[in-house]
Design a protein around this ligand. Structure first.
Ligand SMILES: O=C(O)CCC(=O)C(=O)O
Length: 389
């Protein structure tokens, strides 16, 4: 099994093999090139603490500030991802937006700004009950702790392109950088319950309740994102055709590997992600990887390629990745929102004009997915021709 062993060199194409199918990697391996080290605290030797849990004292004191970074080795055909500790992270952070603020215009403005500058933000006071979050975590954990044979009862069907179901980590399969579960949750007519676990028995009830809250939150966010573009609140929701919602659960057991989810942008419209409190998500901005602070009960909003296209490039599709903890299991629950099949993925007509021509082609969702996945494959093949395979 190929793992991102910090001390082992891997080729670029091996790294790309780990990219998730949702990735249309505009940065591909450049993502690693660009992730040059952030400034280091004078006197710290970054190579000393790397991958060492027995830890020089500095490792403990700087734990909160720790950040992982990918580094390209001098030899262009190989890539080394190594653990590097930085003690002077940039002082800015992914914006945190309080949704309980009564001033809707202010909230919409903050969301729009974060979407333009980062393509990611966190929302707090979103109205999802803490008890529901606790139950969501609990049923997810219980499912992943079942014996393999029981999880296989809802396994991804062999040869299936939908990727719905349970999959164990497998470097030869797309979207398989970790153990995961993935299925549609909304609208009802799109759901295939055969991929929903029967064990634990309250999985369905909890997931349905969570879905009700997620659709409400997502509609609020779409309203703000529309307003941020100077459009009516319903605009984005209409363009998505109301949206199709999928729930993923990512399960990263403790490991000495550095990277859990490799760098990617999301091919969907946007993603609402919660974690079990073990940090690891990072977003890329201005040539730096930024740790996303793990805030109890916050929902991280990650904008994807579809929103970038709708907004004609005003909103960013953020490159992100996640790291693995050496001691604790990390779990995340992304809810992915997509256009409904048949809807047009392309710049909103209100946002284009003579002095602002469309930056993206308008395609149906199916054409768009086909093209994005084909481009991804092309890049991968070309990397192999360049000898990185
Ligand atoms: O688990 C994480 O922190 C990130 C997961 C992710 O990027 C994804 O599921 O697309």
């Amino acid at each position: 099994m190929l793992e991102y062993d910090p001390l082992k060199r891997i080729t670029a194409s091996e790294a790309l093999d780990h990219e998730y199918f949702r990735m249309d990697p505009p940065l591909g391996r450049n993502a690693f090139v660009a992730s040059q080290p952030m400034e280091k605290k004078a006197g710290m030797n970054p190579s000393v603490p790397r991958g060492d849990s027995t830890a020089p004292a500095a490792a403990a004191t700087a734990k909160k500030e720790r950040s992982w970074n990918g580094r390209l080795s001098k030899n262009k055909s190989t890539m080394e991802v190594e653990r590097v500790q930085y003690t002077s992270p940039p002082s800015v952070t992914v914006p945190i937006i309080d949704l309980s603020d009564l001033d809707d215009d202010l909230v919409a403005h903050a969301l729009g700004k974060a979407s333009e500058e980062w393509g990611a933000f966190q929302v707090v006071n979103h109205g999802i009950p803490a008890e529901l979050m606790r139950r969501l975590h609990e049923v997810g954990r219980q499912f992943f702790e079942l014996p393999a044979a029981e999880k296989e009862a809802v396994a991804v069907l062999p040869g299936s392109k939908s990727l719905e179901g349970y999959g164990a980590k497998n470097p030869n399969l797309p979207k398989s950088w970790n153990d995961h579960l993935f299925h549609k949750i909304w609208p009802e007519s799109y759901i295939d319950y055969s991929f929903w676990p029967k064990n634990p028995t309250d999985y369905k009830e909890v997931t349905e309740e969570y879905t009700r809250h997620m659709t409400k939150l997502s509609e609020k966010i779409m309203g703000c994102l529309s307003n941020g573009l100077g459009l009516g609140r319903e605009k984005l929701k209409e363009r998505l055709g109301g949206g199709v919602y999928k729930l993923g659960i990512n399960y990263y057991p403790p490991s000495n590997s550095v990277i859990g989810a490799p760098a990617h942008t999301d091919i969907n419209a946007f993603t609402l992600l919660v974690s079990n409190g073990v940090p690891g998500l990072q977003v890329f901005k201005d040539n730096h990887w930024f740790d996303v602070e793990d805030i109890n009960s916050a929902v991280v909003v990650i904008l994807g390629d579809q929103i970038m296209r709708l907004s004609n490039g005003r909103y960013k599709s953020v490159l992100h990745r996640s790291t693995i903890d050496k001691e604790k299991t990390r779990m995340t629950w992304p809810v992915l929102i997509d256009h409904v099949p048949g809807m047009i993925v392309g710049p909103l007509p209100e946002l284009v004009g003579d002095d602002n021509p469309p930056k993206f082609e308008s395609l149906t969702l199916e054409e768009y997915l086909y093209q994005s996945l084909a481009k991804r494959k092309e890049r991968k093949d070309s990397n192999m021709r360049l000898g990185d395979g």
